[in-house]
Design a protein around this ligand. Structure first.
Ligand SMILES: Nc1ncnc2c1ncn2[C@@H]1O[C@H](COP(=O)(O)OP(=O)(O)O)[C@@H](O)[C@H]1O
Ligand SMILES: [Mg+2]
Length: 339
């Protein structure tokens, strides 16, 4: 259970077309992450799936049933938002129980579901507190717990960690992965954070301006980005893009037909006496990695990331070359060209 099919989903607000025809199949138990720049339509797409909003065109199926005209309460899904949306005057226990009581679930069943969720999320000791007496991380655990007790067909999570500080985000990320492994429920997770996307997803959906740019596993996206947008969006530091005419100095192997741009990730450039000259203007020494920023003779900027520590300083001129077989090629429309 938890298979979701989107067909031709379109959504406009007045003259603003936000979703321009989204087709997507999500398998049972899959962890799918929607990523893309702010305003590209991630939350809007999630709201169409949830039933909180209605598309202007297209159909939504859950487990083979057309739910396009079914209200949010009857889709069997649970949402978790960035803002926790807990009832402030209720205890944690009552927050967890509320939706289940409304559905007239027997008391014993409610108690056992709450006990199980509390154990899983380690919030048992917070049951008698109110949301105002919890930290941000504890509140978000309770919000996730409220989704878990409903035993939904799928979880829809909209930037659930983005209000938390960096350290807490990392630990909650690991917990969410563990929760998914345990529940094996379908999860659709919205984020603008590519590390969250890469670490959590079975498959990533890259959105841009209301359209899907690519759907792939994290490693496929990284290794074979379908276009320049995805190439620039996934991976840090960003992939270097070089005009094909200029790339010969870095990639002596020759270019495939139709290639207008050559992409090379900073990690795939190495220091090489036979390579192109790079005048370094910034050295970021991170201990585990050294990131060199500089310019080729032509003025094209390049970022080189070397594992470990490199003896280099601003003003140095180094020679760099691309690792063989690690180049990406794109045509003048920005589409990937296979070598
Ligand atoms: N209810 C609404 N009314 C009008 N415009 C909206 C509404 N909801 C979202 N939008 C607009 O739709 C676009 C996509 O928004 P959203 O889906 O929230 O983006 P994301 O979650 O990717 O940051 C934005 O331009 C936003 O301003
Ligand atoms: Mg959003």
């Amino acid at each position: 259970m938890g298979q979701i099919r989107l067909q031709g989903i379109r959504k406009s607000f007045g003259a603003l077309e936000v979703l321009k025809g989204i087709d997507l199949d999500i398998a049972e138990g899959e962890f799918v992450v929607f990523v893309g720049p702010s305003g590209c339509g991630k939350s809007t797409l999630l709201r169409q799936i949830s039933g909180l909003d209605q598309p202007n065109a297209g159909r939504i199926h859950i487990d083979g049933r057309d739910v396009t005209d079914v209200g949010a309460a009857d889709r069997g899904l649970a949402m978790v938002f960035q803002s926790y949306a807990l009832y402030p005057h209720m205890t944690v226990r009552d927050n967890l129980a509320f939706g289940l009581q409304n559905n007239r679930m027997p008391k014993a069943e409610i108690a056992s579901r709450i006990a199980e969720a509390a154990r899983m999320l380690e919030i048992g000791h917070l049951m008698q507190r109110r949301p105002g007496q919890l930290s941000g991380g504890q509140r978000q655990r309770v919000a996730i717990g409220r989704a878990v007790v409903r035993d939904p067909t799928a979880f829809l999570l909209d930037e659930p960690l983005s209000n938390l500080d960096a350290e807490l985000r990392v630990s909650m990320r690991a917990e969410l992965a563990a929760l998914h492994a345990r529940l094996k429920a379908t999860m659709i997770y919205v984020t603008h954070d590519q590390i969250e996307a890469m670490t959590l997803a079975d498959r990533i959906v890259v959105l841009r301006d209301g359209e899907i740019e690519q759907v792939a596993t994290p490693m496929e996206l990284f290794n074979r980005p379908a276009n320049l947008f995805v190439a620039g969006f996934i991976g840090a530091p960003r992939m270097n893009l070089i005009d094909a005419a200029e790339a010969a100095s870095l990639a002596p192997g020759g270019l495939p037909r139709g290639a207008a741009w050559v992409g090379v990730r900073p990690q795939n450039l190495r220091l090489d006496d036979a390579g192109a000259e790079l005048k370094v203007d910034l050295v970021e020494a991170l201990g585990t990695e050294t990131v060199l920023h500089g310019q080729l003779a032509s003025g094209t900027r390049l970022i080189v990331a070397q594992a470990g520590q490199v003896d280099a300083a601003r003003g140095d001129t180094l020679r760099v070359a691309a690792e063989p077989g690690k180049l990406h090629f794109f045509d003048d429309a920005g589409r990937r060209v296979e070598p």
